[in-house]
Design a protein. Structure first.
Length: 174
């Protein structure tokens, strides 16, 4: 018990419920895209230095091809990429991050493309693994907004600890 005040479990639970409701009602559905998986070609011999195809058929491969031609499976690249996979998460997106940062506003200029997001800690590993982030899927067709992590996400809660995260993201090209 504290000397001036105490935070009993009921207070912290009420605060957790309030933050859950804020994310639920003020948050937006956002897409997180994961990097495409690269699969090494199983049909041709690869160069050991750059992992490019030597365009030589690998015995036992699924598609035999004549010598001095390009591998039909990988097109001579030695690998193939799967399509980008995305997932939708629900987070709060703050477009004006300056008012939340502890800086003197007169001398600071942030790019128009910096956002702050806040979400449930269960979504944190997804944010850490993502390639890029598209805020508010409902308006995705009206602009090309892609963001990447600007810094490591943190769980900064004082009253409710370890339940929510915040992260800064910087805009990337189209």
């Amino acid at each position: 018990m504290g000397q001036i005040f105490s935070l009993d479990p009921k207070v912290t639970q009420t605060m957790e419920f309030a933050l859950n409701d804020l994310i639920l009602y003020l948050g937006k559905d956002c897409k997180i895209f994961y990097p495409p998986k690269i699969t090494l070609c199983t049909n041709c011999v690869r160069d050991t230095i750059g992992n490019k195809s030597k365009n030589i058929y690998l015995h036992g491969g699924p598609m035999p091809f004549p010598q001095n031609t390009i591998c039909p499976m990988c097109g001579g690249t030695g690998s193939s990429k799967e399509d980008a996979v995305f997932e939708i998460i629900h987070v709060i997106v703050h477009w004006n991050t300056k008012k939340y940062m502890n800086v003197k506003l007169d001398n600071v200029r942030l790019a128009q493309g910096t956002i702050k997001i806040k979400g449930h800690i269960a979504d944190l590993p997804k944010i850490q693994r993502m390639d890029y982030f598209v805020p508010h899927v409902d308006i995705d067709a009206y602009g090309h907004y892609k963001f990447r992590l600007a810094a490591e996400p943190i769980s900064q809660g004082n009253i409710v600890q370890g339940k929510f995260f915040t992260a800064l993201l910087d805009r990337i090209g189209g």
